[in-house]
Design a protein around this ligand. Sequence first.
Ligand code: FAD
Length: 503
Amino acid sequence: MMLAYMDRAAAAAEPEDAGEPAAEAAGCAAATDFGGLVSAMPAAVVRPASAEDVASAIRAAARTAGLTVAARGNGHSVAGQATAEGGLVLDMRALALSRRPQMQLVGCPVAGGPCFADVPGGALWEEVLHWGVKSHGLAPASWTDYLRLTVGGTLSNGGVSGQSFRYGPQVSNVAELEVVTGDGECRVCSPSSHPDLFFAVLGGLGQFGVITRARIPLRRAPAQVRWARAVYASFAEYAADAEWLVTRAPDAAFDYVEGFAFVNSDDPVNGWPSVPIPGGARFDPALLPAGAGPVLYCLEVALYRYPDDEDKAAAVSRMMAPLKHVRGLEFAADVGYVDFLSRVNRVEEEARRNGSWDAPHPWLNLFVSVRDIADFDRAVIKGMLADGIDGPMLVYPMLKSKWDPNTSVALPEGEIFYLVALLRFCRGGGPAVGELVAQNGEILRECRANGYDHKAYFPSYRGEAEWARHFGAARWRRFVERKARYDPLAILAPGQKIFPRAP
Ligand code: FAD
């Protein structure tokens, strides 16, 4: 284990068996995150090489008054969730990079039985994908849109993408976890062994333990993907089709259903040019109906093709035939499976080029119940965001029955709910970041004032009352009980600002 940056407080708390500490006075990436809105300087960044190193750091914090510990995955939170002001930050990438072999196959695909990947908590999903496909022709079923996120980071939240409606979110695709709890104990848990800990940690916002290893079920990896988009002028028609698609029987369903709102203009970022699949056809606005409003919608679907399958183009056309999109405004392409899952890397490359990757990201992610999504669309998307947000406005449905109610994730009522992800990129020349943060606050107030059934995804609240409201009475009681059981001193994940460190 290495201490990468250290001040006197951390030196006092230097974990047992720490080996050679190395102090690095350089700027501290762990003080902030992708959001770029929070700055919270840790006392030290710890680079664990094993679960035992994680346990040592937590035990050291337990012995030191006021000291906290935050696991940091890839720091892709947007509100300081992986920070620890004056505490220890565990760089979970170090654990992933030091483990040899990094991933292990469990079970035998040749025998046709179930097989799994044993992966370190700090592994990137991208690493899991490349290892699985290249080494074994296997892959997890459930993904995020962007794969440079860590396994431990997304499992602490949910992990959703267009596969969630069918295969469940990532928290529904885990067979076993190795977790170091807030008392410094390392435990292996699963739905049948220490199930309460297992489910507490999934979507647990890092509150109950540090995930040092996860066992992820694998399936045969598709070879290719038929990827299609279709444009709608009416939200009612868009939502009806999207909901129909996510409730179809598996043998008639796509493997992936997503969608987004965009602006009815030629704006290169917010408008028509954001719709065509790269390398595909041009968007012809003349095809839009005369009454189309300022905001349009794009449904995005994908069907996997396995090595022995025939071409999927005809099947996708057939499956899209009943849809009510604007005829002529559909786009399709065949892409490799890995390329499809890596599609956001192109967005990252462009954002790095134009500087918006390193600028602040005042993002807002919500789950909104089907009951209220049309009103939400009217009031927020068409009302407040009709000019776009200089980034994707994802709006697509998923199914609550694919989420285990024992996990810590808070969801709206009802079977169908929408992910609404307002992924703002600040390119300069736009509104000040403060205004965008204020607008996010206004959107949340609008949801509450209108009684929309909704939950924040990646919630960021301050104080017990707000967190209790987020979870609802029964789930909050369970969350508090689990905290007392697994992290009684409230050492873990202080950046979530849920529980103060016990004196
Ligand atoms: P961090 O931000 O480092 O940590 C997040 C939280 O988890 C913190 O509280 C931290 O303490 C805790 N944590 C981290 N590692 C561990 C661990 N090993 N054990 C216990 N707790 C831990 N999310 C989706 O669901 N779907 C998407 O499609 C999606 N796309 C994204 C695209 C981009 C460009 C970005 C920036 C984010 C996206 N996210 C998406 C959000 C992402 O899931 C969250 O940011 C999540 O926190 C994962 O990021 P991370 O691994 O960097 O974790």
